[in-house]
Design a protein around this ligand. Structure first.
Ligand code: BGC
Length: 472
């Protein structure tokens, strides 16, 4: 701080500088979210053109799509090692670079094998981003804004999915699938250019012994020496634990409980069935009686818009009303809407439905997207980056992020089989039941962490408080 300035002017200048740093952090996180969403959304529009050009078998098409998920699950593990060894900042830079290589390489691919190879690289980068960005944000944010900031990251994931669909539509007129795959490199370039200018996480800096730098970053973030000093003291306390990572997990029951909670949260997020709606929305719309391509395209765009808008609800609620009530409402909305979709499907299957039932099914699908967007979508990422103790944070977040990708693959791979064996009505009732069950699990295990510092959450956990009380 400039000593020649009067105190309150100096305070204001420090606050302005802090706001400036935070803005760059949010921008970088936004780009990380955007590339996650773009990559998830882009392939559905490109695949028909690729399959036609190279005459791909169903198995080859499945590989083109799922190679990204295999890469992402691997990326989460790679990221946990990198985040610990070289820090959050450099991990994000490597993630962005791989994304540029993966998307440009996919665009220039001359065979299916080459495309699958570059989709694997792209997946790796998405795994790294989905691991590192929420973790970095949690460690850089103020306790009162942490929920909003990480939900903002998820908002950009939803914007990315929508943007990918719109850009796919734009390029589909010329059938230019190569451009579809290459334009998504743009946010990765922006991410790289922004992250270069950002500081690393003060928690990581302190963990590797760079205490002075860590204090400097905290001061820059808070614009206040006092707050920074207090936070630094808590961080040092958290670092007193001797073991870390897997060693700490084996030795400490409380760490195992945190890992269990992270894994449970991500499994709950995926078994809401949301991605079924995301990946198969044209199929679901056709089950509901909307069979033209135009109807399905309109439906998919509306779904994307609903998803983006509903994430704003989470941003407004998460730090004010809290994580837990928002999650419960979201699971409730999904349980009800999926149950109604099931009723509509059973009437459609029995041939007793008219067009109003088809509309009801389509609207209820949107309601369940809104239920996810306002709750489990963002809030699970918020909670997972908050609940792990500092000394085993990389390990804990790796376990939960891996669970996200593995359960995502399970849900995606079983949907069509479920519809074939149980029928579409019972499949939706199954998901409705699971969402109901998740309300109970939320009541039993999920803590309220709004306005609590990461270090206080850790203290409560390590004192052996019940998981649902570690935020109190
Ligand atoms: C989920 C992904 C999902 C994405 C959509 C994330 O929170 O983990 O599985 O596809 O949201 O935006």
């Amino acid at each position: 701080m400039d000593a020649s300035l009067p105190k309150n002017m100096a305070d204001k200048a420090a606050e302005r500088a802090a706001a400036h740093v935070r803005m760059f952090i949010y921008f970088a996180a936004g780009m990380a979210g955007l590339l996650f969403g773009l990559d998830q959304g882009v392939i559905s529009g490109a695949l028909p053109f690729i399959s036609q050009e190279w005459n791909l078998s169903s198995a080859a098409q499945e590989w083109v799509v799922s190679s990204m998920m295999v890469g992402a699950a691997t990326g989460a593990i790679v990221a946990s090692v990198m985040a610990k060894k070289i820090g959050r900042k450099k991990s994000l830079m490597i993630g962005a670079t791989l994304f540029i290589i993966g998307s440009l390489g996919s665009g220039f691919a001359v065979s299916a094998d080459m495309l699958i190879g570059f989709r694997l690289i792209l997946g790796l980068s998405v795994g790294i981003a989905s691991y590192t960005a929420p973790l970095y944000l949690a460690e850089m944010s103020d306790k009162n804004a942490r929920g909003r900031v990480i939900s903002g990251y998820q908002l950009m994931v939803t914007v990315g999915i929508l943007a990918a669909f719109l850009s796919d539509t734009a390029f589909s007129y010329s059938g230019n699938w190569r451009m579809m795959l290459m334009v998504i490199a743009l946010p990765a370039v922006l991410l790289l250019l922004t992250v270069i200018r950002l500081p690393d996480s003060p928690r990581w800096l302190a963990a590797v012994g760079r205490i002075e730098e860590a204090s400097g970053v905290l001061e820059a973030l808070h614009g206040s020496v006092e707050i920074a000093r207090e936070e630094m003291k808590d961080i040092k306390d958290a670092l007193k634990i001797k073991q870390d990572g897997w060693g700490l997990f084996k030795a400490n029951k409380n760490v195992r409980r945190a890992v269990f909670l992270g894994v449970l949260l991500q499994a709950m997020q995926q078994f809401t069935g949301f991605n079924v709606i995301m990946y198969y929305s044209p199929k679901i719309l056709s089950l509901a009686g909307f069979s033209t391509t135009e109807d399905q395209m309109i439906g998919t765009v509306i779904n994307g818009i609903v998803f983006v808008l509903s994430t704003f609800i989470a941003i407004f609620m998460v730090d004010k009303n809290g994580r837990k009530p928002t999650l419960k409402i979201g699971f409730g909305v999904m349980a009800l809407s999926m149950a109604v979709v099931g009723v509509c499907m059973s009437m459609l299957e029995a041939g007793t439905a008219d067009i109003s039932i088809s509309y009801l099914a389509a609207i209820m699908t949107m309601v369940s997207i809104a239920g996810f967007g306002m709750s489990a979508g963002p809030i699970v990422w918020v909670l997972c980056s908050e609940i792990q103790p500092l000394k085993s944070r990389e390990f804990g977040v790796a376990c939960s992020t891996m669970t996200n990708w593995i359960t995502c693959a399970i849900v995606g791979a079983t949907f069509l089989t479920l519809v074939d064996t149980l029928g579409s009505a019972h499949t939706f009732w199954l998901y409705a039941f699971l969402n109901g069950l998740f309300i109970v699990l939320t009541l039993a295990y999920v803590p309220e962490t709004k306005n609590v510092t990461l270090e206080n959450i850790e203290k409560n956990l390590m004192e052996g408080k019940k998981l649902r009380n570690i935020g109190c």
